[in-house]
Design a binder for this molecule. Structure first.
Ligand code: HPA
Length: 246
């Protein structure tokens, strides 16, 4: 079963034929909200709004462990994460969709592992390629079939938030090799890996990152909503197509 974690701009999946909602408790506390079960075509899907259905949970307070654990307990076998990001690379401006291939983690102070120590040997998961290549390919193929232009590959910088970055920080991220920047990609991806759940992300560039493009002198929040609204329409179509041919 496919799990979809929706971020800013995607708190509901209009194309999901909902069967029921379920409040799930986990040993790690409460997930961001009830899980929404349903179908897209004949494909079973569970949807979870990362920031809560009313978008009330900031990125640093999302219970990433509870979310991943709850999805797996519900029978999810793979996860597609939808997230909005800022664009750093010159071809990744507002409205562009991208399936990232790498992550650099700048977050701190988040509960970022299921290993609490003391209860069994330490396990180091391999994270060389943080996203599952099979799920990535299927996302890209789904987009391609629709004629949607989705970029294949980008380095995602996960920042702590909730504030946006300074222009200096974005310059540093670029020197580090980052192409896009967001606040929720980690520890979500690593926790999915610890659980053995194939995981990939479909990112929507909502704005130029600080100091770039029309964000040269600040990020204009007025335009974000419109960009996300249009782009999430494309995301829904891609997810539909993804579910048609799993
Ligand atoms: N920075 C971090 N996270 C984001 C941004 C950004 O510019 N845009 C959307 N999410």
């Amino acid at each position: 079963m496919l799990g979809i974690i929706g971020g800013s701009g995607l708190t509901q999946l209009a194309n999901l034929d909902v069967s029921h909602r379920e409040v799930v408790r986990t040993p790690y506390g409460e997930p961001s909200g009830p899980l929404t079960f349903g179908h897209i075509g004949r494909h079973d899907v569970v949807f979870l709004a990362r920031h809560g259905y009313g978008h009330t949970i900031p990125p640093h307070l999302v219970n990433y462990r509870a979310n991943a654990f709850a999805l797996q307990s519900a029978g999810v076998t793979e996860i597609v994460s939808v997230a909005s990001v800022g664009g750093i690379r010159s071809d990744l401006g507002p409205g562009v969709l991208v399936v990232p291939s790498q992550i650099i983690d700048y977050t701190w102070g988040r509960e970022m592992t299921f290993q609490s120590g003391g209860d069994g040997p330490v396990v180091h998961v391999d994270f060389t390629d943080p996203y599952d290549e099979g799920v990535r390919r299927r996302l890209l193929d789904a987009a391609c079939k629709l004629g949607e232009c989705v970029k294949d590959g980008a380095v995602y910088a996960a920042t702590q938030g909730p504030r946006l970055e300074t222009a200096g920080e974005i310059n540093r991220l670029e020197r580090d090799g980052a192409d896009i920047v967001g606040m929720t990609g980690m520890p979500e991806a690593a926790l999915a890996r610890e659980l053995g759940l194939p995981y990939a992300a479909l990112c929507v560039v909502a704005n130029w990152a600080a100091g770039r493009g029309d964000s040269a002198h600040g990020i204009r929040f007025e335009s974000l909503e419109a960009v996300l609204h249009v782009a999430m329409g494309h995301v829904r179509q891609i997810i539909d197509q993804f579910c048609v041919k799993p």
